[in-house]
Design a protein around this ligand. Structure first.
Ligand code: ZN
Length: 159
């Protein structure tokens, strides 16, 4: 039998070492936000392009953080690409539920994001796993977001 816990750890290690959609801003980005987790030192910037239909057509992140925060941001970008803003906010709520109490509704399939279910055992790590998500939610909040300017984008602190 495959040890699921080991499999999940492998996925987190893989994305922590070789993050996807990393190290460059999105071309023609129209949303951006920065996140900071002072407890761990994780810092990241997320840029997105949301099209006229309200679909996230591209997103990427940059920054430096621990394996959990990097892997979470990497898997998040893969999950949210092609989703509508409304879908992204729903997935965030379910993901937050998963990492804080380890549960998600039976009819919801979070796919590879479910590797983070074990994080609930480590409350300090919850902030690492959710940093990218809080940051993307801030970027999607148009009233706070700065168009096409990651340098002056709002900063989210998980403290
Ligand atoms: Zn961290």
């Amino acid at each position: 039998m495959i040890d699921l816990r080991e499999l999940y750890q492998d996925l987190i290690l893989d994305h922590g070492k070789r993050p996807r959609n990393f190290g460059r801003p999105v071309a023609n980005a129209n949303r951006a936000a920065r996140g900071h987790n002072p407890l761990c030192g994780d810092k990241l910037t997320i840029t997105l392009r949301v099209d006229e239909e309200g679909v996230i057509s591209d997103l990427a992140f940059d920054g430096a953080g621990c394996a959990i925060s990097t892997a979470s941001a990497s898997l998040m970008t893969e999950t949210l690409k092609g989703k509508s803003v409304a879908e992204a906010l729903t997935i965030f709520e379910q993901f937050h539920h998963l990492v804080t109490d380890g549960e998600c509704p039976d009819d919801v399939d979070l796919g590879s994001l479910e590797v983070f279910a074990g994080v609930k055992e480590f409350p300090v790590r919850v902030k690492c796993a959710t940093l990218a998500w809080h940051t993307v939610v801030s970027a999607l909040d148009v009233s706070q977001s700065t168009i096409n300017s990651p340098d002056s984008a709002p900063t989210v602190s998980t403290e």
